[in-house]
Design a protein around this ligand. Sequence first.
Ligand code: UDX
Length: 451
Amino acid sequence: MNLTIIGCGYVGLVTGVCLAELGHIVTCVDHNAEKIAMLSLGKSPIYEPGLDALMEKNMSAGRLRFTLNLAQAVSEADVVMIAVGTPPDAANKGKADLSAVFKAAQSIAPALRAHTVVVTKSTVPVGTGKQIKSIIERTNPQSTCDVASNPEFLREGSAIADFMSPDRIVIGVERDAAAHILADLYHPLTNQGFALLRTDLETAEMIKYASNSFLATKIAFINEMADICEQVGANVEQVAKGMGMDARIGEKFLQPGPGFGGSCFPKDAMALAQLAHENNVEPAILNSVIHYNLGRRASMAARVMDACAGSVQGKNIAVLGLTFKANTDDMRESASLAIIPALMAAGVHIHTYDPQGMANAKELLKGDIIWSASALDALTKADACVIVTEWQEFRELDWAHAREQMHQPLIIDLRNLFAPDDMAKLGFDYYSIGRKPALRQAVQNKTISAA
Ligand code: UDX
């Protein structure tokens, strides 16, 4: 089939490349000329493991191309996917900003040819699909398109695997005709046995928000269990293991950390809470997850200060990891954006390194920061080390050698990369999350009281 994707970001680009890999003819459209120029040369503007190779393969096979010309690309398509950003609107209590989605719908409408399915891939509030349909009908009354919702469940860093082996494909449609076209689009996956769930538009939109908000809740829950474990001397990793052996709970997404970040969980939880509120449902659980998570991220710097016996003025601290999680270059809502400014305000000299995130981080973190060339560089002469992101290369570092280079053998590991006993044997004062030795109670999570 001929597919056009509007928006070449983390979602649109991965979706386009993967659908080309499945055999479709894909045209990816963006309004950013620099990005399109880079993509046309086979260079990906984002870091996603395996994406460059798959792009190159499908461009060479003539199944994948990039263009600024939206009208031309839409006129040739059986399916048009809207995959533009829907960032939180800070001025509107975190409500999703749909301006790019509506602008895309307005641009698509005049170029539509007979019977195209216009699919919303972007994460949008329930009811947006219907709004897109009315925009298209108002802009081009002759159009005979169907609209559909097809939310993505891609994790950055494993997006290609998540696309090619989905737990489920969700399509929200109003008519059978649209369902048949989307079933054809995903046939290369369903004929491998992957499940496709058909719902109406609103239900598909809600599945996405509810899924992300539940995953965020699960992470907030294990983080709160970690806080309790630290005070009662239990081991949260073992608690998570014991919980996860219950099939109703499941072992995934029970890894404690500094609080969830990324472009989705914080945004989607806030958007869903706002949607509930607008529909006279008080989202008590969602609000507590959002506030808890913000409070947790904000409390991490205090943990570091406490581990340094309260005084960090003038100290050199190595911050290993800047991105919101490993295997991405994405800095959105990363815990490092809360930790580093707080430590700098307390007089800390920051030496930081991240395998992929440095360029993006430099746009967001200002001030007198030493951008180290390696983890070992950042650790040299450091009075303490904070591990913020779980990069494999930090696990594989020669920590015995690093101990010799550090000024003080102090590690605050916010991702539990190591076993406390192993680090103690190497001579480190090693603090982590939800395990002994715990930092004193005073710095435990101070959640922002629910507004
Ligand atoms: C998420 C959803 O997983 C994905 O299905 C959706 O399509 C987009 O949003 P992503 O944000 O890319 O994907 O990454 P994810 O792996 O879910 O991590 C989100 C945040 O939660 C990160 O900050 C991560 O460090 C944190 N996390 C995740 C934990 O703290 N503990 C966990 O066990 C898992």
